[in-house]
Design a protein around this ligand. Structure first.
Ligand SMILES: Nc1ncnc2c1ncn2[C@@H]1O[C@H](COP(=O)(O)OP(=O)(O)O)[C@@H](O)[C@H]1O
Ligand SMILES: O=C(OP(=O)(O)O)[C@H](O)COP(=O)(O)O
Length: 393
């Protein structure tokens, strides 16, 4: 990488603002997967061992510029303390006098977690005033939030204009592993896209069709395609603004001779709960008052077969609502196929990594990336704003 890393600069005695991605999955007030926190430990430990004052900043969820009690960074900070075996201070703000006072109280080697940066409307707008306020807290900016590197926000991009800015060790590792796998991909190369961030992910498909041989669609993303094809999708997830684009991708795949695969069946449920009535139906038989929550058994077999015959598999986004066990089978079977294929497997995204952990298959994947959207954009060859803003070597 041609960007400076934390190893290239002096950190001893410095106040270091480290942007991390502690956007961990939570359920019922508990962290269900701490992969993203564990993956930042090398950078945090490096800074502690070298006597820096470590100031950690992250987003959690999408609070839309307002304080949301369920999205405070209190639990990730507590979990970090447990993993480090060390006291971790927590601020209830991310800027201003109160945050400054917490920073001023730090000794070399101490760690402070600031409050959710997305509680401030300026964060997602990349407001220079907010970026300056973050910068005032520190002497050096380290970006270790690969999962948010595709966002040009005040704490990922803006701040880099006001401080010396370098990458963290996780950022470096992610860019290196993904870069190597994708610079000259082994083929057949299969990309699997699912999850619920339909708006973010549907556009990625356009470029994926240029680079992958097989593109498999699952999760909430699939229903926009079914709707575009004229099927009833009931109460399933839909992005109405992407119907024409969806049909365009199907056409593009045909023209390029690529294998673009949509589910042939799905699991529908009458409620989003563990006690819901549910059944497998072909995609032309989704009842109007039910919702698609997983890929069906026929689709799982087709996807497993393609995965097993691939040399490179990149998967982002669960195939269904895997947090509820009765809707987890599609994600589980795709994860099992990824775990057993002889091809190189990369899984990206907070929830996809959580799914691999849930099924105890994470150790059988070649690389679990902490970024879903970020790894997809990197794969498309797009510049990641959180990386571009860092100082060149
Ligand atoms: N058919 C579906 N309907 C609604 N939500 C879904 C569906 N399939 C998957 N999901 C949800 O998608 C979420 C993960 O989406 P996303 O954030 O895009 O993935 P990742 O974090 O891996 O990038 C999970 O919480 C899962 O429950
Ligand atoms: O969870 C994340 O992305 P991912 O779901 O694509 O892995 C990152 O923390 C970025 O979050 P965002 O998509 O709300 O900007």
């Amino acid at each position: 990488m041609n960007k400076k890393s934390v190893r290239d600069v002096e950190v001893t005695g410095k106040r270091v603002f480290v942007r991390v991605d502690f956007n961990v999955p939570m359920q019922d007030g508990k962290i269900t997967d701490d992969t993203r926190i564990r993956e930042t430990l090398p950078t945090i430990k490096y800074l502690i061992e070298n006597g820096a004052k470590v100031i950690l900043a992250s987003h959690l969820g999408r609070p839309k510029g307002q304080v949301n009690e369920d999205m405070r960074l209190t639990l990730p900070a507590k979990r970090l303390g447990e993993l480090l075996g060390k006291e971790v201070a927590k601020a209830d703000e991310a800027v201003g006098e109160a945050a400054k006072a917490k920073v001023n109280a730090l000794n070399n080697g101490d760690v402070l977690v600031l409050e959710n940066v997305r509680f401030y409307p300026g964060e997602e707008k990349n407001d220079p005033e907010l970026a300056k306020q973050f910068a005032e807290l520190a002497d050096l900016f380290v970006n270790d939030a690969f999962g948010a590197a595709h966002r040009a926000h005040a704490s990922t991009e803006g701040i880099a204009h006001y401080l010396p800015a370098v990458s963290g060790l996780l950022m470096e590792k992610e860019l290196s592993v993904l870069g190597k796998a994708l610079s000259n991909p082994d083929r057949p190369f299969t990309a699997i896209i699912g999850g619920s961030k339909v708006k973010d992910k549907i556009d990625v498909i356009d470029n994926l069709l240029n680079i992958a041989d097989n593109v498999l669609i699952g999760g909430g993303l699939a229903y926009t395609f079914f709707k575009a094809q004229g099927h009833e999708i009931g109460q399933s997830l839909l992005d109405d603004s992407k119907l024409d684009a969806a049909l365009g991708f199907i056409e593009k795949a045909k023209k390029l001779g690529k294998n673009f695969v949509l589910p042939v069946d799905c699991i529908v449920a009458d409620d989003f709960s563990a006690t819901a009535n549910h059944k497998a139906v072909d995609i032309d038989s989704i009842p109007a008052d039910w919702e698609g929550v997983d890929i069906g058994p026929k689709t799982r077999a087709i996807y497993a077969d393609i995965i097993k015959n691939s040399k490179l598999v990149v998967w982002n986004g669960p195939m269904g609502v895997f947090e509820i066990d009765i809707f987890a089978n599609g994600t589980k079977e795709v994860a099992e196929a990824c775990a057993t294929t002889e091809g190189y497997t990369i899984i990206g995204g907070g929830d996809s990594a959580a799914a691999a952990e849930k099924f105890n298959l994470a150790s059988q994947m070649n690389h679990i990336s902490t970024g879903g959207g970020a790894s997809l954009e990197f794969m498309e060859g797009k510049a990641l704003p959180g990386v571009v803003a860092l100082n060149d070597k």
